[in-house]
Design a protein around this ligand. Structure first.
Ligand SMILES: Nc1ncnc2c1ncn2[C@@H]1O[C@H](COP(=O)(O)OP(=O)(O)OP(=O)(O)O)[C@@H](O)[C@H]1O
Ligand SMILES: [Mg+2]
Length: 282
């Protein structure tokens, strides 16, 4: 069985650039996994996502070697229209993805392009609106919505296409903390209800610790860490690679070094408080 995503020995250099944006990169993501990709600005995260949805090499030409396969099909050998039926992609700024007169038309846009028959389109749009909790907004004009609502509508449009793999590039960067954690809750729910696989570039790792199966860290185009959130965030190397280890996790590490809490899994602030206050705690 092919994995949902297989990246093998991928290197890519933009024509204007001297160094490779992605360098000898390998990654395997199984169906239904939620994988977070982190690393400092310019390390190649967005380029890697472009190599998954086909923008690299179909829209961005450059020196490309290695292979990327989605559900067993090579991205470089598959046209983007076909890839779009398997890989859903949310831009960082939802404004780029929302342009119709009503939310409903927006969510239907990708399906209309594919020529999906009307009754099926209706059913898929309704399901996506329901899953994202934006049914009451169906007749509203997209420009009237808040940033969080726009982000949900854009994600509904992605989900209506029933992609097996969804890639998100800093999806919470425009959102306040509450809306951002709601979006993360939706990711978990879509994985549970539809079995969707996610590859998410995100700096706010504290939000994703609870839902991510794996964290992958990139540095200068290469993969440098790949493991569970506990492996990566509680290990000694992440901060050296410029990963924003959540402050509560840094506190946990400091307490673990003193032997005051366990250092084997990432704790929430409530768990950490309970552990230090509990029997044997401080
Ligand atoms: N369209 C482009 N043309 C030329 N070089 C590019 C292009 N896009 C990105 N690069 C370069 O490729 C490298 C990787 O960039 P990329 O955008 O993939 O990094 P990133 O990890 O997503 O960064 P950020 O966290 O700032 O979004 C950088 O050196 C960047 O300057
Ligand atoms: Mg980027």
């Amino acid at each position: 069985m092919p994995a949902m995503l297989e990246v093998e020995g991928l290197s890519f250099r933009y024509p204007e650039s001297r160094r490779k944006a992605v360098s000898d990169f390998g990654l395997r993501v199984e169906e239904g996994e939620i994988v977070v990709l982190a690393g400092p600005s310019g390390c190649g995260k967005s380029t890697l996502l472009r190599a998954v949805n086909g923008l690299v090499p179909h829209m961005y030409s450059g020196d490309y070697s290695g292979d990327v396969r989605v559900a067993g099909r090579s991205v470089k050998a598959t046209d983007m229209r076909e890839l779009a039926q398997t890989v859903g992609f949310l831009f960082q700024n939802p404004e780029n993805q929302i342009f119709m007169f009503s939310v409903e038309r927006d969510v239907a846009f990708g399906l209309e392009n594919l020529g999906v028959p009307r009754p099926e389109m209706r059913a898929r749009v309704d399901e996506a609106l329901r899953l994202l909790g934006v049914e009451p907004l169906a007749q509203r004009a997209p420009h009237e919505l808040s940033d969080g609502q726009k982000q949900r509508v854009a994600l509904a449009g992605v989900i209506a296409m029933r992609p097996k793999l969804v890639i998100l590039d800093e999806p919470t960067s425009l959102l306040d903390p509450k809306t951002a954690s709601e979006l993360v809750g939706l990711v978990a729910r879509l994985r549970k209800e539809l079995g969707t696989t996610f590859l998410i570039v995100e700096h706010r790792l504290d939000l994703l610790v609870g839902v991510a199966d794996r964290m992958v860290v990139m540095s200068e185009g290469r993969k440098v860490l790949d493991g569970t959130p506990a492996d990566v965030l509680l290990g000694e190397e992440a901060e050296g690679y410029g990963v924003a280890v959540p402050s509560i996790t840094r506190l946990q590490k400091a307490l673990a070094r003193e032997g005051l809490v366990s250092g084997s899994r990432v704790m929430t602030s409530a768990e950490l408080a309970a552990a230090v206050e509990g029997p044997g705690g401080i």
